[in-house]
Design a protein around this ligand. Structure first.
Ligand code: CP
Length: 307
């Protein structure tokens, strides 16, 4: 079986069958990752460049590890120490790399749409590792995998996405994925960080009271405030944000049920989430990171078969 798409530019372009295929393939790769020898020869002779124009810890390491576990050859490119500083364009940079016989491009960029632009101009398969405020498809896939692993399915599950919805590519990819797969989604946070008309446009509920969102949901995906993408003051201070919208242990203790606490990272402890929540038994934050390797192995493997 193969995906309906040549690239992974966003969850928006995927069919529910594509998502199910990626998640079931990831389950097989997760089993491989439990073995003493965690490596398979699936992408032997495939060369992949990890092209990062924006900082990353989890995504970059996770892709590199996924490539190594699949026996691919990996090249890592960071714009900060490249000839981009001498004025080389994105397209020239990529064409130079591809001329060295590279088969796939994993790309993170601060500009929304950068991987879509590249897909129009080059033949190699492109995987979006986060573009501006648009999408972060592999994050949504690993989030979905982690929910399914803990709750058994996505269909009918209630997922709250809490925090800076306005500037979050993780929020948008999660909303596309969860609604395609039959989950219910509520976005919660301050009105200034939730886009107007999001309910009508994307089929989600909106809640400005975080406690009510926690009472409603089976899992809460808590997002960082993307200060690097904000050019105006949208809330009074980080301290006041924490007081009004931060997730605190006493909130979870007052619930009449168990919920999952998720976060894509990096965490700002004491702002959107307190340490005793991030490190509590509710938290599956490190499971998400672990599952990211298997999910990215699945994406790389399936896209290599789609070409
Ligand atoms: N979740 C995520 O994208 O983290 P990094 O920015 O560290 O890759």
């Amino acid at each position: 079986m193969s995906l309906s798409t040549k690239h992974l530019l966003g969850i928006k372009d995927l069919l529910p069958e594509d998502i199910s295929l990626i998640l079931s393939t990831a389950m097989q790769f997760k089993e491989v990752l439990q073995r003493p020898v965690k490596k398979v020869p699936s992408l032997r002779d495939v060369t992949i460049v990890n092209l990062f124009y924006e900082n990353s810890t989890r995504t970059r390491i996770s892709f590199e590890l996924a490539e190594k576990r699949l026996s691919a050859d990996s090249i890592n490119f960071a714009a900060s120490n490249s000839s981009v500083s001498k004025g080389e364009t994105l397209l020239d940079t990529v064409n130079n790399i591809l001329s060295m016989k590279v088969d796939m491009v994993v790309m993170r960029h601060s500009a929304s749409g950068a991987p879509h632009f590249l897909a129009k101009h080059i033949d190699a398969a492109i995987i979006n590792a986060g573009d501006g405020i648009n999408e972060h498809p592999t994050q949504a896939l690993l989030d979905a995998y982690s929910i399914k692993e803990k709750l058994g399915s996505l269909e009918g599950k209630k997922i709250a996405i809490i925090g800076d919805i306005m500037h979050s590519r993780v929020a948008l990819s999660n909303i596309y994925l969860l609604t395609k797969m039959g989950a219910e989604v509520t976005v919660a946070g301050p009105p200034t960080l939730i886009p107007k008309y999001i309910a009508e446009a994307l089929g989600v509920r909106v809640e400005y009271d975080v406690m009510k969102a926690l009472q409603w949901c089976d899992a809460a995906n808590v997002l960082r405030i993307q200060l690097e993408r904000q050019n105006q003051v949208l809330f009074s201070s980080l301290r006041e944000y924490n007081m009004a919208y931060g997730i605190k242990k006493k909130m979870l203790d007052s619930l009449q049920k168990e919920i999952l606490i998720m976060h894509p990272g990096p965490i700002n402890r004491g702002v959107e989430i307190d340490s005793d929540v991030a490190d509590s038994h509710h938290s599956i934050i490190l499971d998400q990171v672990q599952n990211g390797v298997a999910v990215r192995m699945a994406v790389l493997y399936l896209l290599s078969n789609s070409n």
